[in-house]
Design a protein around this ligand. Structure first.
Ligand code: ADP
Length: 191
């Protein structure tokens, strides 16, 4: 199973990605989490990425593509993966296609979580109080939403043209959203 999960910042991608990935016994690979781990560890990648992340901008494609290429080449991703937060630009779509083609596989579905923009800002501001993520200030949140609309939203059309998009309403309780996702993917949650 090779899945992508898309949606604006604050759509709840990370939470839902874990449940879906567990169900299919594949790793949930979050580029945001990998970048944050590198920032915490003070690695050269983290130092480079932090400049962009703190401003709500995307890390350059080349840096991100190389990171994803090496991550999905690891043995736990051989049978599949769920990518959360990648691809986010058209150039990343092209790169991912090449990476997946090279293994003789294809992307099976692209899960799109839809949410109301104001609700998302509220969720992210609340999260900022709890985990204190550096990019959860109101100005940076607005910028991340803008960048998402400009650079990433158009990718939904690209995948829709390939008939891969599975759209799910991301509003409401976590468990309800999860239920909708499993129904949309036509499987029953394992619990
Ligand atoms: P969110 O979806 O809430 O904005 P993420 O944790 O997915 O948060 O990403 C945090 C930040 O990491 C992004 O704002 C961006 O700077 C960087 N990032 C994550 N994935 C990518 C990507 N595919 N391309 C470029 N930058 C990325």
């Amino acid at each position: 199973m090779r899945l992508l999960i898309m949606g604006p910042p604050g759509a709840g991608k990370g939470t839902q990605a874990k449940a879906v990935a567990d169900h299919f016994s594949v790793p949930a690979i979050s580029t945001g989490d990998i970048f944050r781990a590198n920032v915490s560890g003070g690695t050269p990648l983290g130092i480079e990425a932090k400049k962009y992340m703190d401003a709500g901008e995307y890390v350059p494609d080349e840096v991100t593509n190389n990171m994803v290429r090496s991550r999905i080449a690891e043995s736990d991703a051989e049978k599949g993966f769920l990518l959360d937060g990648y691809p986010r630009t058209l150039a990343q779509v092209t790169e991912l296609d090449a990476m997946v083609d090279a293994t003789g596989h294809r992307i099976d579905a692209v899960l799109v979580l839809t949410v109301d923009q104001e609700a998302v800002v509220e969720r992210l501001l609340k999260r900022a109080e709890i985990d204190g993520r550096a990019d959860d200030t109101e100005d940076v949140i607005r910028r991340r939403l803008e960048v998402y609309a400009e650079e990433t939203e158009p990718l939904i059309e690209v995948y829709a043209a390939r008939n891969l998009v599975v759209e799910v309403d991301g509003m409401g309780e976590i468990a309800d959203v999860q239920q909708r996702i499993f129904e949309a993917l036509d499987v029953v949650p394992q619990s």
